[in-house]
Design a protein around this ligand. Structure first.
Ligand code: TXA
Ligand code: MG
Length: 332
């Protein structure tokens, strides 16, 4: 078999979007920008198209996909929404929130890994929204990275990881949020549960629903896959060993060998000329930390350090989602 040509990267012109929408309807894969991370999209109601996603990523077939819709009006096509779902949709869509609901027969089993539920979200990124509208069909899309590696937040990250395996990449600039969506299980609307923390916090969801929301269990193991498939303890991982710390002091940094990197939440005083000290946001603001986390893990991974020491975020709000990704990235 002849080797496939490498992926082509497209800018979001009207012509390119129309072309990519047609390719999606024909069953091809397109990597797409979203406000959270880049996704690898396929026609969600076409089982053969979705099978290509699993092959390209090396993703186990037990790990279900998220179905992206252009509008809340398409919900009934893929799932049976309840009143709680509609409330959250009104409050947070388009945006970084995914709802798990009972599926309809239109959704192929491969999308949901054989489950009776489906994960759905209406994304906010303007180019992805235009593509969804032009395609006119729901698009299944997991993060566009080889299974287990750090999620991509730029088109270039997608090209580095999957450029030899997929035909098309739509470049929509760097992701503005930088962490995957919050996933809420609403199969039983009287017991909403956050399965994966994200930019929309459990507190925000509880406020809109007017009831308590179960937070994710800290350790999700291979057995935990029963409740939250795909949420493995080890995920989003750089190849370089990663060690986490509540706080990294100047003294700690000074004692370390030069081949160990330090990733701080904020710019420290007097770190000038220290080539092994990095930070995620000048002032430690959590949105900036979230936005840059995955790109920084990739960069440090590429620089060949023997070890990365990373500082945890404060464990509140968006900090919980940041720490969740750091813990999974550090798990061995
Ligand atoms: O922000 C995001 O959610 C990004 C962008 C592309 O939208 N997507 C994303 O997809 O992070 P992925 O495949 O990397 O993570 C999807 C996760 C699965 O691993 C699984 O944990 C959960 O969604 N999921 C999907 N369907 C589910 C279901 N029926 N029940 C429970 N969890 C489900
Ligand atoms: Mg993923």
């Amino acid at each position: 078999m002849a080797p496939k040509p490498p992926a082509r990267t497209y800018r979001g012109t009207a012509r390119n979007l129309a072309h990519l929408a047609a390719r999606l309807r024909a069953g091809e894969l397109v990597a797409v920008p979203t406000e959270t991370v880049y996704g690898l999209a396929a026609h969600a109601l076409d089982a053969r198209a979705c099978a290509r996603i699993f092959r390209a990523k090396g993703r186990p077939s037990s790990d279900p996909l998220i179905v992206h819709l252009h509008s809340v009006r398409q919900l009934g096509l893929v799932c049976r929404p309840n009143a709680a779902a509609l409330r959250l949709a009104r409050a947070f869509w388009p945006g970084p929130l995914t709802l798990v609901l009972p599926k309809t027969a239109a959704v192929p089993a491969i999308v949901t890994a054989g489950r009776e539920s489906v994960a759905v979200r209406v994304p906010r990124h303007p180019l992805f929204r235009r593509l969804l509208r032009l395609a006119g069909v729901p698009l299944a899309a997991p993060s566009a990275n080889p299974f287990g590696y750090v999620s991509p937040t730029t088109a270039e990250h997608v090209r580095q990881g999957l450029g030899k395996k997929i035909p098309h990449i739509l470049d929509g600039g760097p992701a503005t949020i930088g962490l995957e969506s919050t996933i809420v299980d609403l199969r039983d609307p009287s017991r909403p549960a956050v399965l994966r923390p994200g930019a929309i916090t459990a507190e925000q969801i509880a406020r809109v629903l007017g009831r308590r929301v179960t937070a994710p269990r800290r350790k999700t193991s291979a057995q935990g896959a029963q409740v939250a498939p795909g949420l493995l303890a080890r995920h989003y991982s750089p190849r370089t060993p990663l060690q986490l710390h509540d706080k990294i002091t100047a003294a700690r940094r000074d004692r370390a060998p030069a081949n160990e990197a330090f990733l701080l939440q904020r710019r420290p005083r007097g770190a000038k000329g220290q080539a092994h000290v990095f930070w995620l946001d000048a002032t430690g603001a959590l949105p900036g930390v979230a936005r840059r986390l995955f790109a920084m893990l990739r960069r440090l991974d590429a620089e060949g350090f023997a070890r990365i020491h990373a500082e945890l975020a404060p464990n509140r709000g968006l900090g919980r989602a940041i720490n969740d990704r750091l813990r999974r990235a550090a798990a061995r």
